[in-house]
Design a protein. Structure first.
Length: 480
């Protein structure tokens, strides 16, 4: 993580806590909150989030310069109002990557920069987030950079770390964080995950699944995934004793549209795909996220990814957070895109999603305001949180109220667009660019209207439609 972010120049960004608009549901139906994490001149990345006592604890990586790094804990309420902030005193140049909560402690894992290279560390915090002992460092004599990508706790209260160095490696720690066993895997992936399944561990490295014996950490079998995806990231989630799911990305490009969509793959005990659920925003270039699958109840499995709103052939101008939700049978409840017109920042990377106890989900990651110098991206690099609480009725999840059936056509359009409200009285319509600039406002007071778009430049636009009941958003593409 260190080397990925030190190239980005430091600048100041103002923190946000704004209510967002969703593409399919209105604000009065769903509650959506967003905050941009501000540490002044310091670059930040929201690396992990946990829920405790109806609050959310965000662990951020903070970068002052290529050498100086530190970790901060931010406590939020359910509406993402900041309650408390605390710098975690772990020594110099440390970054927490993964946090595992237990009844009386928080077990943290991450990277510490040393004179020789980046090293993996572990530390135990009490419930006040005070350090209970000095961080334990591993591979101190090695000159290779190491980093943590995933950690789980087994039934013996031992920790299984999945790391990267010259190749991916497993490390088994006891309850005092001392090393019991290690094993190197003949593969490398920065984004990968580990789960318990069928009495063994599964390590997902994208192109391959490694079946690992729990006692010896030895490799029992290697399964080639045979996924024709662009970036074979490893995001694995166990549903039950016989099924696990993972994410993948697929190109759906045509000569007219450069498109990439996501998919959720369902695997059985024989590690065979028996179901594939397509997700993604039609006509857009969707991008994967890390640790982007989670659930509390199997009726609501959440999947987070980002949607690029500008052409993939040019530097990123804007990206949005997208969230899909389905049940354990692969039946989709929704697949929504969340636009952030109030903020000029764009989503750079989704670091994870957690299902929350109130039935919603919380997405965390990195946001950046892009400027370009040659081929290197520079700009303001900040962590973000997006909280979404869908209020849909599970008994009729495929039936939307009439006000959500508002249609916009033709789409794409070149001269004019028609907005049909399906007997819903529209009050006015606002047109925004994808960067949030308002370019047109039309008073309607009718169930249908026609808007002249001859004066708009080619590109994608967001329509905000005010009705007597709600505020809705739609997308429209302008061509010439």
């Amino acid at each position: 993580m260190f080397m990925r972010i030190i190239r980005i120049k430091i600048s100041i960004c103002i923190a946000l806590a704004v209510l967002l608009e969703t593409v399919a549901f209105s604000q009065s139906i769903d509650s959506v909150y967003y905050t941009l994490i501000n540490e002044g001149d310091v670059l930040t990345a929201c690396q992990d989030v946990i829920e405790e006592d109806s609050c959310y604890y965000a662990f951020t990586q903070n970068i002052i310069d290529p050498i100086a790094h530190f970790s901060t804990l931010l406590k939020y309420d359910k509406k993402l109002n900041l309650i408390h902030k605390k710098q975690l005193m772990l020594g110099d140049s440390n970054m927490i990557v993964k946090v595992l909560p237990t009844k009386d402690a928080f077990w943290c894992f991450g990277s510490i920069r040393t004179d020789r290279s980046d090293k993996v560390f572990s530390v135990k915090l009490n419930k006040n987030f005070d350090v209970m002992h000095q961080p334990t460092l591993y591979y101190l004599e090695d000159t290779i950079d190491y980093g943590v990508v995933d950690v789980i706790m087994n039934e013996k209260n031992q920790f299984v770390l999945l790391m990267y160095g010259m190749q991916n490696e497993l490390m088994l720690l006891d309850s005092t964080l001392q090393v019991l066993k290690t094993n190197k895997l003949d593969a490398y992936s920065y984004c990968c995950s580990i789960e318990e399944f069928q009495g063994n561990y599964i390590v997902d490295l994208g192109r391959f699944l490694f079946i690992i014996d729990k006692d010896s950490l030895s490799i029992i079998d290697t399964v080639k995934t045979d996924i024709l995806c662009i970036h074979p990231v490893g995001n694995l989630l166990k549903l039950n004793d016989s099924v696990f799911i993972r994410s993948a990305d697929f190109s759906n490009s045509t000569p007219e549209v450069f498109e990439r969509d996501m998919a959720i793959l369902f695997y059985n005990k024989q590690f065979e795909v028996f179901k594939q659920v397509q997700v993604g925003q039609v006509g857009y270039f969707d991008e994967y996220g890390y640790s982007n699958l989670d659930f509390i109840t199997k009726d609501s499995i959440y999947y987070a990814y980002s949607t690029r709103l500008s052409s993939p052939s040019i530097p990123v101008e804007a990206s949005s957070v997208s969230i899909a939700c389905m049940n354990e049978k692969g039946e989709k409840h929704f697949d929504y895109q969340f636009n952030i017109p109030e903020d000029l920042n764009t989503v750079k990377r989704i670091c994870g999603i957690i299902a929350t106890s109130d039935g919603g989900c919380l997405v965390h990651g990195i946001s950046i305001r892009y400027t370009y110098e040659g081929s290197n991206d520079t700009g303001q690099f900040k962590g973000f949180l997006l909280k979404y609480n869908p209020q849909w009725q599970k008994a009729s999840i495929t039936e939307l109220p009439k006000q959500y059936e508002i249609a916009v056509y033709p789409n794409p359009a070149s001269n004019q667009i028609v907005i049909s409200g399906n007997e819903v009285q529209m009050l006015d319509v606002f047109v925004y660019t994808i960067t949030g600039q308002k370019v047109k406002q039309v008073v309607v007071n009718a169930t249908q209207t026609t808007i002249d778009v001859n004066d708009l430049s080619v590109g994608m636009y967001i329509l905000k439609i005010n009705t007597k009941q709600d505020i809705l958003t739609r997308k429209v593409q302008i061509i010439k």
